[in-house]
Structures are given as structure tokens and as C-alpha cells.
Design a protein around this ligand. Structure first.
Ligand code: BGC
Length: 313
């Protein structure tokens, strides 16, 4: 990619991801940039597949037709609205319901309709996915038209090398091995960061702590409640933006804020009473490395934590 384009994209990335980059263009930046910049990154998980929890096949979207700026005369995606959405208080009404008058691109009452990517376009009355075509119109299983906001707490510690708790150093890289607290999602059986949706009016910091507690401690930290509270008071934001999520459609998509909470001494999180709850089937400390396979864009998020903490990959 040409230097100036690359630099502009990296500056954009810093703005979107809040990484506070000094403007230097590193290979890391290019890699991360390719993942999330609209007009450069081409989503794959929400294209050319059968829509989750349905038998609705997405209209084919070849690489050269992903962006709205590219013409695709034959594009005729099916409309899919899951029956699950009917009557749910976390879901918007139908788009053609006369009483539904959303304030797009704004904080709409308590519902955050602002995208981290910037202002999204409204076409034929529906918000347009800023990352392009997905082969499906309607909301699928997502509750909100436009951005659906999630929060992902990446809770990490160094993998202990024996009972004295010293960090294990990987012989190949000479770097310490990182472990993250991961859950197995009940909806798809994939391992994931224990994240979840931001409730209307909820602060992201509250969602991060609430989701972690619900999914990894079944909402009961017991005697550790105070320490858990304190631990979640200090995190480092590592990603903010679009997620290449299999549920995305042309009119509804996932965005997330991912924050790392690292226990450098290993003395706090090791005592958390972990047991799966809410949407989680299992919970465990998972070694993080190149082969790690996680839900949606979670591996990309975790890789950013690895780079930041200079851990083994
Ligand atoms: C999950 C988050 C994830 C987001 C986007 C939410 O349902 O709980 O962990 O980042 O979807 O994929």
C-alpha cells in the first residue's frame, strides 16, 4: 500500500482504536489497520454463508463487490428478521412501524445509535453497514437497526511456571506466556472473551464488570466482591470499533469496546471463584498463542493485548 494512504489509515486506526499512536507506521499498525478500516478491510464472517440460527442463505458478495462504492447491479439480498426479536424489550420495533422514529447517529434517549466508525448513511429508511454488503437485509438476530454495542473484558495473567507463581517463559520466543479468562459460548460452542451487550443507558465500564461477573462467576464473587470491583477499576482500552461478526447484516452490525484488565502479579485473579454462568457453558484460563481460535474477531483483539504486554504469541 502507498505510504501516504497507509499513514492516513494508521492515523484513522489510532483515532478509531484510541491507541494514542505517535503517528509512526509500524507493521503491526498495517496488520491491525487491514482488520478494521472501512474501505480497506473486507469483512468475511458476515458474507457468503448461511445466516446463524436460520436456513437463510446470504446473497453472494464477491470480494470486488463488498463496498457500497462498488456497483453490484444484480445485488438482491433476502430480508431476514428473526422471530426471536418479536416483543423483546432489547429490540427495536420493525423499521416500518409508524411509531418508530429513531434518531440515527445520535444518543436516542438511552439507546446509543452512534457508531465508532463515524456517521453512517441511511438508505431507503435503513442504516447502511459502513463496512459494506453482507448479502442480507433486515436485522437478522440483532436487536438494533444500525450499530449494536458490545463490551469485551480481556482479563489476563501470566501463566505460572509451577507453584511459586513465577511466569512461564516460552523457550522459542523467550517471552512470557499469557493466559486469558475465556468462556465457551452456549449459542455456538466457540471459545470467546466473556463479553456482552451494553444495556441502554449503561456505562461501558459497568458492562465490562457485569458481563465478566455473570459469565465467569455466575454473578457471585462471594468474599472476593471488593477485590473484583477494585480490579475492574483500572483497565487499558485496546480496541473500539466494528466487529466482523457472523450476525451482521446490511442494516445492523456489531461494534465493541475491548478493555484489558491484567493481573501482573497473578495474586488477584487466581483467587477469583470461576464457574460458568449466564450465556457461558464453561470457563477456563486459556493459553494465548498463534493457534488460538476464538469467536468473531476476538483473536484479533487478544493479539493486540499480546503485542501491548510483549507476551509470547
Ligand atoms: C459478544 C461480544 C462480541 C460481540 C461482537 C457480543 O454478542 O458478547 O463478546 O465482541 O458480540 O462479536
Amino acid at each position: 500500500m502507498a505510504g501516504p494512504v497507509r499513514q492516513t489509515a494508521c492515523r484513522l486506526l489510532s483515532a478509531v482504536a484510541g491507541s494514542g499512536s505517535s503517528g509512526a507506521v509500524s507493521d503491526d499498525c498495517v496488520g491491525a489497520m487491514a482488520r478494521i478500516i472501512p474501505g480497506i478491510f473486507k469483512h468475511t464472517r458476515c458474507r457468503n454463508s448461511v445466516y446463524p440460527h436460520s436456513d437463510v442463505r446470504r446473497y453472494p458478495v464477491p470480494d470486488e463487490s463488498v463496498f457500497w462504492t462498488q456497483t453490484y447491479a444484480d445485488y438482491q439480498p433476502p430480508v431476514h428478521e428473526s422471530p426471536v426479536l418479536q416483543g423483546k424489550e432489547w429490540a427495536d420495533p420493525d423499521i416500518d412501524n409508524p411509531s418508530f422514529k429513531p434518531n440515527w447517529n445520535e444518543l436516542d434517549g438511552k439507546v446509543n445509535r452512534v457508531s465508532f466508525i463515524g456517521a453512517y448513511e441511511i438508505r431507503d429508511g435503513c442504516p447502511l453497514n459502513p463496512f459494506g454488503r453482507t448479502g442480507i437485509r433486515g436485522r437478522g438476530v440483532l436487536g438494533r437497526w444500525g450499530p449494536n454495542h458490545a463490551a469485551d473484558p480481556v482479563v489476563t495473567r501470566w501463566k505460572p511456571d509451577g507453584p511459586d507463581g513465577r511466569p512461564l517463559v516460552h523457550p522459542a520466543s523467550g517471552k512470557r506466556v499469557l493466559q486469558m479468562c475465556a468462556i465457551e459460548r452456549q449459542d455456538c460452542g466457540e471459545w470467546a472473551i466473556p463479553g456482552g451487550m451494553v444495556d441502554p443507558g449503561e456505562k461501558v465500564s459497568a458492562t465490562l464488570r457485569r458481563e465478566f461477573l455473570e459469565e465467569t462467576m455466575d454473578n457471585d464473587a462471594g468474599e472476593m466482591a471488593g477485590e473484583v470491583e477494585q480490579f475492574f477499576a483500572a483497565g487499558t482500552e485496546i480496541y473500539k470499533g466494528y466487529v466482523d461478526d457472523p450476525r451482521n447484516t446490511d442494516c445492523a452490525w456489531m461494534e465493541t469496546v475491548a478493555v484489558n484488565f491484567h493481573d501482573g502479579s497473578g495474586s488477584v485473579v487466581g483467587r477469583f471463584p470461576l464457574h460458568a454462568g449466564d450465556d457461558a457453558a464453561q470457563v477456563r484460563w486459556m493459553d494465548v498463542g498463534e493457534g488460538v481460535k476464538l469467536y468473531a474477531s476476538h483473536s484479533n483483539i487478544v493479539k493486540r493485548v499480546v503485542d501491548m504486554l510483549e507476551a509470547h504469541w
